[in-house]
Design a protein around this ligand. Structure first.
Ligand code: ZN
Length: 473
């Protein structure tokens, strides 16, 4: 009996499917059917070939097919700072590296020069997608509305976070927008995100850290978040300095302080969460606050070790982030997964603590829950949004495959990512970006940023300037 096959947008065939629906759930010679931006079925190639005709067919032979990875904490503007410093503690790093660029971006915004942030968004989207990242939480300062169009056009899924700060003792005045300008911009960005293409971009409030805002501002952000249903992203308990200053000045930990003000909640994503007491961990759990772990940045800046194993045991939702390229210095979230496991093991002197599968869960399901999209993203299952990546298993660094989850977490690198599908659209195929000319866009973005930094009196390595002056190769 012949069965009429259904025409669908995309059929991925012959892959090794890692759906992240359980530690040992793998489909050999598997297939994924995608239509109208969603996964409609996951099964064997033989079964799905019988049922569907894909307008586009992707042959995933010798490739792992897995959910797109979620980078739950990064700062695109600092993409331009890869490899720039290796010799500063966090506090000096913020003063000497981070704030001069942030001040420039804020001042540029106020004078109507929008290119720096727009080019940063282009650069960040490309580097993240090339690493197999399909969703980002990008925390920025004073971004023009043009940024939203960049996410839409390049095809990434994004939670765009506008940083709010009003504490003049913590933030240089040149980096502070007036309340009027700030909240007008927030409303404008929020409106655009609400009607973003494929509903791919959402708007979030950002709080740089508990020190960066007055208690009045923290309360205001919470009220606005409740009223407008906008999530909040914050750096929390990142440094010993922050922990000590809160315990000294307020007789409370930074986490307890935020809880008492009412900021924490299940719409909050807190980055780092290193300096926590057991009581703080309870607070995060009780408030339903999600955590994003950035182990590489924490290690490079010697900020400390977040008690991730403990948080996972408590059932707190943990996701992974690369943080900025100035403190990491890459967007390779495969490395982040690997290091997240290893750091917990050495910290706890326990080789059984945090498994490779848990790392994979943090980079997929944990990220999806952090975005408030736990029922929409994070696994390859029928009904979920089609954010899917293909990882080449034939590369020398991946071979041989003894356990696909272990190989993905311990052997894979971002360079092994072959194809990236976001919302059912192929954004990168066979390592080639389809939505933008990668080389031209990266060059143009870097050329602008470096010239702008130079013009503003910020240091730029001479060899980099020379290569820019000589033009593209
Ligand atoms: Zn950060």
């Amino acid at each position: 009996m012949s069965v009429t096959k259904k025409n669908i947008d995309l059929l991925i065939l012959n892959g090794l499917i890692v759906p992240v629906t359980g530690p040992n759930q793998v489909i050999e010679n598997g297939a994924v059917a995608v239509d109208k931006g969603r996964i409609i079925e996951v099964g064997t190639t033989d079964t799905l070939k019988e049922k569907y005709i894909g307008k586009k067919v992707v042959d995933a032979r010798n490739k792992a097919v897995m959910p797109g990875l979620i980078n739950a904490h990064c700062h695109f503007l600092q993409d331009f700072l890869k490899g720039s410093r290796d010799d500063l503690p966090l506090i000096d790093w913020i003063d000497q590296v981070s704030f001069p660029r942030i001040k420039l971006a804020v001042q540029d915004y106020l004078s109507g020069r929008y290119e720096l942030q727009t080019f940063a968004a282009i650069h960040g989207c490309i580097t993240n997608i090339k690493s197999g990242i399909t969703s980002v939480v990008n925390m920025e300062w004073a971004t023009p509305v043009e940024t939203i169009k960049v996410y839409e056009d390049i095809g990434i899924r994004a939670a765009h976070t506008l940083t709010i700060t009003d504490n003049h003792n913590w933030t240089p005045p040149e980096a502070i927008l007036s309340n009027e300008v700030l909240f007008n911009l927030a409303d404008e960005l929020n409106q655009l995100c609400k009607v973003s293409k494929d509903n791919r971009v959402s708007f979030w409030y950002g709080i740089a850290c508990p020190n960066s805002c007055t208690p009045e501002m923290l309360t205001k952000v919470r009220e606005l978040a409740n009223m407008k249903h906008i999530p909040i992203h914050i750096h929390l308990a990142e440094t010993e300095y922050e922990y000590n200053s809160f315990t000294k000045n307020f007789n409370r930990t930074p986490t307890a302080y935020l809880k008492d003000i009412g900021v924490l909640g299940n719409d909050v994503l807190a980055a780092h969460c290193i300096w926590l007491t057991d009581e703080d961990i309870k607070i995060l759990k009780e408030t339903g606050t999600s955590v994003v772990h950035n182990p590489e940045c924490n290690m490079k800046l010697a900020s400390g070790i977040a008690p991730i194993a403990k948080m996972l045991k408590e059932g707190i939702n943990v996701s992974l982030g690369t943080d900025s390229c100035a403190v990491n210095d890459n967007t390779d979230i495969f490395q982040t997964m690997r290091i997240a496991v290893m750091l917990q093991r050495v910290a706890n002197l326990d080789s059984m603590i945090v498994s490779s599968y848990q790392a994979l869960e943090m980079a997929t399901i944990g990220g999806a829950k952090s975005l408030g999209l736990g029922d929409q993203l994070g696994t390859l299952e029928s009904g979920k949004l089609a954010d899917i990546i293909l990882v080449n298993l034939k590369s020398a660094n991946m071979r041989p495959i003894n356990n696909i989850v272990n190989n993905l977490v311990y052997c894979a690198q971002s360079g092994n990512v072959d194809t990236v599908i976001i919302n059912g659209n192929i954004v990168m195929e066979n390592k080639v970006m389809l939505t933008i000319n990668e080389e031209e866009a990266l060059y143009e973005a870097e050329a602008y940023a470096l010239r702008r930094f130079k013009e503003a009196g910020l240091s730029i390595p001479s060899y980099y300037l020379k290569s820019l002056e000589e033009g593209k190769e």
